[in-house]
Design a protein around this ligand. Structure first.
Ligand SMILES: Nc1ncnc2c1ncn2[C@@H]1O[C@H](COP(=O)(O)OP(=O)(O)O)[C@@H](O)[C@H]1O
Ligand SMILES: [Mg+2]
Length: 421
């Protein structure tokens, strides 16, 4: 056995620390190098012991786990933080992620879950130091990774919902517009090749589409792609879906792959709106994506489909770590609770988007995405803006850039290391 993984346990309850220590005591590749009972002690212990992995309770008196994580990473930048919490709510997860945490364990967890998470974050530790995505380290987290020495490739982010009507296109469109308004170079790809509706949602006339690229595949380059994209007032570029359903099959898998690759060389973000029916192009887009935003609703049918989707993805070997679960059209008073959804799916819910029948539907009908419509103070717009900011930070985060590598590679790590089965 080579070097052991040096672990620091941080929890305000001594019995919890002891339980965690016991879960690890017979692991040959893991050594508990220290314990701390609060955030300040954690920072001191991290400085002293230089752990590889820190198991950090989120709720502690005084300096809480989130603030402690931020400070610890400045002291021991190579440490990988796993947050331990009884909460699966979006807000906690989001804050932990932004503080630089690499993984999340929901209490109570088993020894297997614990060691799997420790090995996963350890194996995936980047060659460069992790930095919090906000606070003083923000400078490192620049808009584009070009000037920070990271890869210059744009990030592909796909939106998918196994059940139609969950708001996949709505969310993808508004996030793409939001990213463009933040000054990024963004292209929105309508991958619903049969019944694409991005152009309608954006109030665009039918223009040149992906089909116009197809017969020119042999000499495809940035200039040719640019000539086919349709610009939106916000600066967003759009690759529209074929004008007629029967033309969908003209976009073969090879072509689509080539187009996505070329787009990721040209843009900071390639946002892909996928159809619910899983065809080969859709699966390929999910595989090529750095992150997949999976959209659920608070009803059994949507959740059952999400489960089936996970099963299928496991069979085809899609990397689960990059899936980010969100719930759209939420209601406070009815529907399955967000907590229950997170627990049932065994992964945190990154964001919830409230139902806004009037605002969203009206925006869609007017061809004006709700984030730039007249209801900018509404809850749905605020939630969409927050989601956009979170996705921006997750995707541009430097250590993730390193860890992501080739988006289509068999990455086995990341923040949301949740497993199924
Ligand atoms: N948060 C929301 N509140 C109210 N209506 C919504 C919301 N999100 C989406 N919708 C509506 O749901 C319908 C389906 O949305 P769409 O984005 O086309 O879903 P999908 O792409 O998953 O089929 C549309 O009429 C849209 O306006
Ligand atoms: Mg759609």
């Amino acid at each position: 056995m080579t070097d052991k993984i040096r672990v620091l346990i941080v929890d305000d309850l001594p019995e919890t620390r002891e339980n965690v220590r016991k879960l690890l005591q017979f692991e040959l590749d893991v050594e508990v190098v220290g314990q701390a009972g609060n955030g300040s002690q954690a920072i001191e212990a991290a400085r002293q012991h230089q752990p590889d992995v820190i198991l950090m309770d989120i709720n502690m008196p005084g300096v809480d786990g989130i603030s402690a994580s931020e400070t610890v990473l400045k002291v021991v930048p190579m440490a990988q933080i796993i947050i331990m919490s009884v909460q699966s709510e979006a807000d906690y997860i989001r804050k932990a992620m932004l503080a630089g945490a690499r993984d999340f364990l929901m209490k109570p967890f088993s020894g297997d879950e614990l060691t799997a998470a420790i090995r996963r974050v350890y194996d995936s530790r980047p060659q460069i130091a992790a930095v919090p995505a906000n606070g003083s380290a923000q400078n490192n987290d620049s808009r584009s990774s070009e000037d920070s020495g990271g890869d210059t490739q744009g990030k592909i982010i796909s939106f998918y919902s196994p059940k139609g009507g969950c708001g996949c296109t709505t969310v993808a469109t508004n996030v793409a517009v939001g990213l463009a308004l933040k000054g990024h170079k963004v292209v929105l790809v309508d991958a619903s090749f049969q019944f694409g509706d991005i152009a309608v949602m954006l109030g665009q006339r039918p223009g040149t589409t992906i089909v116009d690229l197809v017969d020119r595949m042999d000499d495809i380059d940035a200039e040719m792609i640019n000539s086919v994209l349709v610009s939106h007032d916000t600066g967003l570029e759009v690759l529209q879906a074929p004008p007629r359903p029967e033309m969908a099959e003209m976009v073969t898998l090879d072509y689509f792959e080539m187009i996505l690759k070329q787009l990721s060389n040209m843009f900071d973000f390639v946002v892909v709106d996928t159809p619910s029916a899983l065809g080969d192009p859709c699966i390929m887009a999910l595989e090529m994506s750095h992150r997949v935003v999976l959209i659920a609703q608070q009803n059994l049918a949507a959740l059952a489909n999400i489960r089936r989707f996970f099963e299928l993805m496991r069979q085809i070997g899609l990397d689960f770590q990059k899936i980010l679960l969100i719930v759209n059209r939420t209601h406070d008073r009815f529907g399955i609770s967000i907590q229950d959804i997170g627990d049932a799916m065994k992964r945190p819910v990154l964001a919830t988007l409230p139902s806004d029948e009037f605002g969203v539907t009206q925006a869609a009908d007017q061809g004006i995405p709700v984030v730039i419509g007249s209801k900018r103070n509404s809850k749905i717009v605020q939630a969409l803006n927050q989601l956009t900011t979170d996705l921006e930070q997750i995707l541009l985060k430097k250590e993730r850039t390193e860890a992501d590598g080739d988006s289509s590679s068999n990455e086995r790590k990341g923040f949301f290391g949740r497993m199924f089965g």
